[in-house]
Design a protein around this ligand. Structure first.
Ligand SMILES: [Zn+2]
Ligand SMILES: [Zn+2]
Ligand SMILES: [Zn+2]
Length: 341
C-alpha cells in the first residue's frame, strides 16, 4: 500500500495519470479512495473539479476490476458531486464535455479535459474559457464517469452515440436486413475481433448483443468463408469469461427481447457509449417522469450478466450448428481463422 495522504495535488495528478485498467489494486485503490474521499467531503465545493478530474483519469481502472470499496466510494462521490454541482445554476447553452462525447474511443477518456487546469486546448482552438470549470461541466464529467463504471445508474446524460457508432449501426443494419452495402464477410469478421482485452461493461454487453444480432446472417448460406464464423465463436468465447458474477435482480419479463435482429443491432452499438446508452434509455421512457410498470423490460437489463450469458449461449449454439455444414477447416484448429480461398 502506498501512503497517499502526504502527496500534493500535483503529485497526485501525476500518480492518477499512471493508473490504467492493468494497475494492481494495491497501487490504484489507495489513490481512488483518497480522491473519492476528498470529493465526498465537499462534493459541490471549489475544489470538486480537481477530484472529479482524478476519478475521470482513473476511470479505465474503475471500469474494469477495481476493489469493491474503491469502486463504491468513487461512485458515491461522483453521484454526490453531480447532484451538488447541478444545483448551481449557470447561463451556458452547452459545456465542453458534450463535444468530447463523440471521441470516447472504447469509452475510456484519455485526453485532457481541462478539469485540472481550467484550460482546454482543443483542435478547434476553443479554450472553453469560463466553461471548463463551470459546475455544469464538472457535473457532466462526473456523470460520464459514473455511467462508464456503472451503466444506466445515472440520468441527464445528453443523448447521442458517437458518429462512428452510428455508422457501424448503418452498415450492420444492411447486413441483418439482408441488404448489405459492403462486403458482409469482411464486416462480420471485423466485428468479431473488435473487443478490447479489458472492456467496459457497456462495450462487453454491446459486443455480445451485436454478435447475437448478426449470427443469423453468419449462419445462413450467405457466408461461405468459415473463418468468419470461427472468429465470431472465438470472440464470444473470449468475451463470456469477462462478464461479472453479480446475481441477476430481474423478474421473468424484465430481460430484453432480442428477436428483432435490426433492433438488437442498433442496441449493440448504443450500449457502447454514455451518449448511446442515454439514447437507448429515452426509448425506455427515461426522459419521462414515471417509471414503466414492473412487468416490462428494463433498460439496465441489457447489461445484466445473466442475460448476456444466456444470450451468448444462444448465439454460440446458432454458430456451432452452422459450422457443422462446413467442411472441416483443412488441418487448422477451429477458430484458427484461416485465409479465404
Ligand atoms: Zn455552465
Ligand atoms: Zn438479469
Ligand atoms: Zn453459459
Amino acid at each position: 500500500m502506498i501512503d497517499t495522504t502526504h502527496l500534493t495535488v500535483d503529485q497526485l495528478a501525476d500518480a492518477w495519470q499512471h493508473i490504467h485498467d492493468t494497475s494492481p489494486a494495491d497501487e490504484a485503490d489507495p489513490l481512488v479512495l483518497e480522491c473519492a474521499g476528498r470529493l465526498a467531503s465537499d462534493p459541490g465545493g471549489e475544489q470538486a473539479h480537481v477530484w472529479v478530474a482524478g476519478l475521470v483519469a482513473m476511470s479505465g481502472y474503475l471500469a474494469w476490476r477495481p476493489g469493491k470499496a474503491a469502486e463504491q466510494a468513487a461512485l458515491n462521490a461522483l453521484r454526490d458531486a453531480a447532484t451538488a454541482l447541478d444545483g448551481q445554476s449557470c447561463s451556458h447553452d452547452d459545456h465542453p464535455y458534450e463535444a468530447e462525447m463523440d471521441s470516447l474511443e472504447d469509452e475510456i477518456w484519455t485526453g485532457d479535459n481541462g478539469l485540472l487546469t481550467g484550460e482546454l486546448v482543443s483542435p478547434a482552438g476553443d479554450t472553453g474559457a469560463g466553461r471548463v470549470l463551470c459546475p455544469g461541466n464538472v457535473a457532466g464529467w462526473a456523470r460520464l464517469a459514473t455511467d462508464m463504471i456503472a451503466p444506466f445508474t445515472v440520468r441527464s446524460i445528453p443523448a447521442g452515440a458517437p458518429k462512428y457508432h452510428h455508422s457501424s449501426i448503418r452498415m450492420l443494419s444492411g447486413v441483418v436486413n439482408d441488404y448489405p452495402y459492403d462486403d458482409p464477410q469482411e464486416l462480420l469478421a471485423d466485428e468479431a475481433v473488435c473487443l478490447p482485452d479489458r472492456p467496459t461493461r457497456g462495450l462487453l454487453a454491446g459486443f455480445l448483443v451485436t454478435m447475437n444480432a448478426t449470427c443469423w446472417y453468419a449462419a445462413s448460406e450467405r457466408i461461405t468463408d468459415r473463418s468468419v464464423l470461427d472468429s465470431m465463436v472465438k470472440g464470444i468465447q473470449a468475451a463470456v469469461p469477462l462478464l461479472g458474477d453479480e446475481p441477476c435482480v430481474h423478474g421473468p419479463r424484465e430481460h430484453p427481447d432480442t428477436n428483432d435482429p435490426d433492433y438488437a443491432n442498433r442496441i449493440g452499438y448504443l450500449l457502447r457509449s454514455p451518449g448511446g446508452r442515454a439514447e437507448l434509455a429515452e426509448d425506455y421512457g427515461w426522459d419521462e417522469e414515471e417509471q414503466a410498470d414492473d412487468e416490462e423490460e428494463r433498460v439496465e437489463a441489457w447489461v445484466c450478466s445473466a442475460f448476456l450469458h444466456e444470450l451468448a449461449d444462444k448465439t454460440l449454439e446458432v454458430l456451432t450448428d452452422a459450422l457443422q455444414s462446413f467442411e472441416p477447416a483443412g488441418g487448422d484448429e477451429p477458430g484458427g481463422g484461416g485465409e479465404p480461398e
